[in-house]
Design a protein around this ligand. Structure first.
Ligand code: PLP
Length: 443
């Protein structure tokens, strides 16, 4: 009997015993191609010698120094690396141990900033219905995933919602993609007027929506318009790049492709790439300055923030991605992956949309391609595809969810940045078998 409280209480999970390159191995010697990096985490794959060396060295030199007493070389170096490579003046880095902690910190930072600058009425957050920002109460409170929120609604603070930017389903036939993006972004202005802009602290959104919708990028111009509206009404823009950041979309920060600079960016997953648990909030200099010249400290913190071993691991991961020019591989392999997916699934009766950016790809499953009618949630097709894929040696990330009031299913693919041509073929071949077998069993 296992004493681990597994999230899925009845799951009979294999035991992972080894990892090399893009493959994990279980206790029976079965190999799994990691087609989703767990949940967009392990961008460098498993067992990378440079990262292992960095972790071992740091453990030997100095394992832990509490941030109330000391800073550390790895934390300083990682922060400098991020500041140099981030867009604009996102100069300050606040370390956390994961994505939810990053979102919590960003929400509180936005609130404290407005207290410091004498705008205490700003306390509300606007987010999008199609969003997941983490499972701690503050992060869950700004998320729009109903299934995750429901049991805890009574103990959460609510956010205020606008619709997501989800062209496949919501773009009108008579409007251009650009017009659609402007229409959706303008919902933010309407919501601000409804709430009173003087009461709103921040708008929170993922540039490419991951877990709730399957790699849905905003259309061109959407985030630029969002930035304009935030500026006009003095609201902070928090971009959640926990899943889509750190090179996943082909640029280090996903928002680089939208040509905007947020006030805060939340990071995690790909930052440490699973070698250590680490997250971060990147902050505009002026926000830091307001807190620094006001109270003088940010009224928030966690014991393990800026952990030296985690920072050393993340620094080695990011330097490897940069030195080995792996973002070029992300772009090349992205083209190959999209080509193979379109070739394999374009005529598939149950695949409605293939979308994403870089090595962050979503495949939307539908009951009918013409009407885009989603499959009923009870079909649990996502569970079947995951099980078939695992039985065939592939990890992929199929999900179900309610998006803008509609049930839906999609599969998220997010392979490691080191994947090669042959492995892309292996991934798509195995996925095709898993999808076809699952649908055959459904009927
Ligand atoms: N934000 C986004 C966009 C995420 O996708 C996730 C996790 O999937 C989180 C926040 C929460 O991160 P964590 O699970 O590390 O707390």
């Amino acid at each position: 009997m296992s004493h681990v409280f597994h999230r899925h209480c009845h799951a009979n999970l294999p035991t992972a015993t080894g990892g090399h390159g893009i493959y994990l191995t279980d206790q029976n010697g079965n190999q799994y191609l990691d087609g989703c990096c767990g949940a967009a985490v392990t961008s460098l794959g498993y067992g990378h010698p440079r990262v292992i060396d960095a972790v071992q060295k740091q453990v030997q030199d100095m394992t832990f120094a509490h941030t109330g007493f000391f800073t550390s070389e790895p934390a300083e170096q990682l922060a400098e690396f991020l500041a140099i490579n981030a867009p604009g003046t996102l100069n300050k880095v606040y370390f956390t141990s994961g994505g939810s902690e990053s979102v919590e910190a960003a929400l509180k930072m936005a609130r404290q900033y407005f207290l410091e600058i004498g705008q205490p009425s700003r306390h509300l957050y606007i987010t999008r219905r199609q969003s997941y920002h983490g499972n701690t109460l503050g992060a869950l409170g700004v998320g729009g995933n109903q299934w995750r929120r429901e049991p805890f609604a009574a103990i959460m603070t609510d956010a205020h919602y606008i619709d997501p930017c989800y062209a496949y389903r919501d773009q009108h036939p008579n409007e251009s993609e650009f017009e659609y993006g402007q229409r959706m972004a303008n919902q933010l202005e309407e919501k601000l007027r409804e709430l009173g802009p003087e009461n709103v602290a921040a708008f929170v959104a993922e540039p490419v929506v991951g877990a709730t919708a399957g790699a849905v990028p905003a259309v061109t111009g959407y985030l630029k318009r969002i930035r304009e509206i935030c500026d006009q009404y003095g609201v902070l823009l928090i971009l959640d790049e926990v899943m889509c950041g750190m090179g996943r979309t082909g640029t280090l920060f996903a928002c680089e492709q939208d040509g905007i600079e947020p006030d805060l960016i939340t990071l995690a997953k790909g930052l440490g790439a699973g070698y250590q648990p680490i997250g971060a909030v990147m902050v505009q200099q002026r926000i830091f300055d307001a807190i620094s010249s006001g109270t003088g400290f940010f009224q928030h913190g966690h014991t393990y923030m800026g952990h030296p071993v985690a920072c050393a691991a993340a620094l080695a991961v990011q330097q490897t991605i940069q030195d080995d020019q792996l973002l070029n591989n992300v772009k090349q392999m992205s083209t190959k992956l999209f080509n193979r997916l379109h070739h394999t699934f374009s005529d598939h009766p149950y695949i409605g949309d293939i979308r994403g950016r870089g090595l962050f790809v979503g495949i939307e499953l539908v009951a009918d391609k013409d009407s885009k009618q989603p499959l009923p949630i009870e079909s649990s097709i996502h569970t079947a595809i995951k099980a078939e894929a695992m039985a065939n040696g592939l990890m992929c990330y199929p999900m179900s969810g309610t998006i803008n009031g509609r049930d839906g299913h999609h599969i998220l693919l997010a392979p490691p940045f080191i994947i090669n041509d042959t492995q892309i073929d292996e991934l798509v071949d195995k996925l095709e078998i898993a999808v076809n077998t699952s649908f055959k069993k459904l009927h």
